[in-house]
Design a protein around this ligand. Structure first.
Ligand code: GTB
Length: 217
């Protein structure tokens, strides 16, 4: 059965691929699984039909037969477990790849999200510059650690996989900050992932949604 995912009807990121449906689209493209997209407005996300899929009223969600999932990490893991291509065949390699998914979401993403909140919602507060500097320090610590682990390798643990997909999507949100540029191997890592045909297809599809939402008014 072709799964259906949800995405913003009109994404606040203006088609830059930063909303979390992008991770799910990318995973589906990597494994060659066709999918449908149901676009939802902000109002629809908070209405009972969507809350039945995601109690927090957010995108993305994933529906396939009688399975409904929310949380981008759980959705990407479900896709990776059901298809070849995003997780290694051996049990230890699979566990390590899942550890990298958790690392992306639980260790690297939180200070990056805090930064975005500070920039978007707290920029007019007297303490914002100080807070931003403290957050940036925390981000630099994580980037330094990640950069040291990656070294000269192409991917985090052998072949490209679900851990890289999640990590790259998390790092992409740092682009406007300029923080990533101090770590050339991480910038190259992100660029390498963005050159993957599956990434490009997923990116183009979500961009087309935004472009259409602008022309349709
Ligand atoms: N932990 C959940 C997951 O990983 O799936 C978080 C899901 C989430 O935050 N979804 C956001 C959402 O639905 C969209 S992606 N927000 C609406 C709401 O909470 O009411 C977050 C996002 C939004 C905007 C940008 N942007 O403009 O750059 C980037 C990312």
């Amino acid at each position: 059965m072709v799964p259906t995912i949800t995405a913003f009807e009109s994404s606040p990121d203006r088609g830059r691929g930063l909303a979390r449906d992008m991770r799910v689209r990318w995973a589906l493209e990597e494994v060659g699984q066709p999918y449908n997209v149901r676009l939802v407005s902000f109002a629809a996300m908070k209405a009972p039909a969507h809350l039945a899929l995601n109690p927090f009223g957010q995108i993305p969600t994933y529906e396939e037969s009688d399975l409904a999932l929310f949380e981008s990490g759980a959705i990407v893991l479900h896709i990776a477990e059901g298809h070849a291509g995003l997780l290694p065949d051996d049990a230890a390699g699979r566990s390590r790849a899942i550890a990298w998914m958790f690392a992306a979401l639980g260790t690297v993403e939180p200070p990056i999200l805090e930064r975005q909140i500070a920039v978007l919602l707290e920029h007019d507060k007297s303490w914002c510059a100080e807070r931003l500097a403290a957050i940036d320090d925390r981000i630099r610590v994580r980037l330094g650690e990640l950069s040291a682990h990656l070294g000269g390798a192409d991917w985090l643990d052998g072949a490209f996989g679900a851990g890289d997909l999640m990590m790259v999507h998390v790092l992409q949100r740092l682009k406007p900050s300029g923080l990533l540029e101090a770590y050339p191997n991480l910038s190259a890592y992100v660029a390498r992932a963005e050159a993957r045909p599956a990434f490009r297809r997923a990116f183009a599809t979500q961009l087309a949604v935004f472009t259409r939402s602008q022309t349709d008014g």
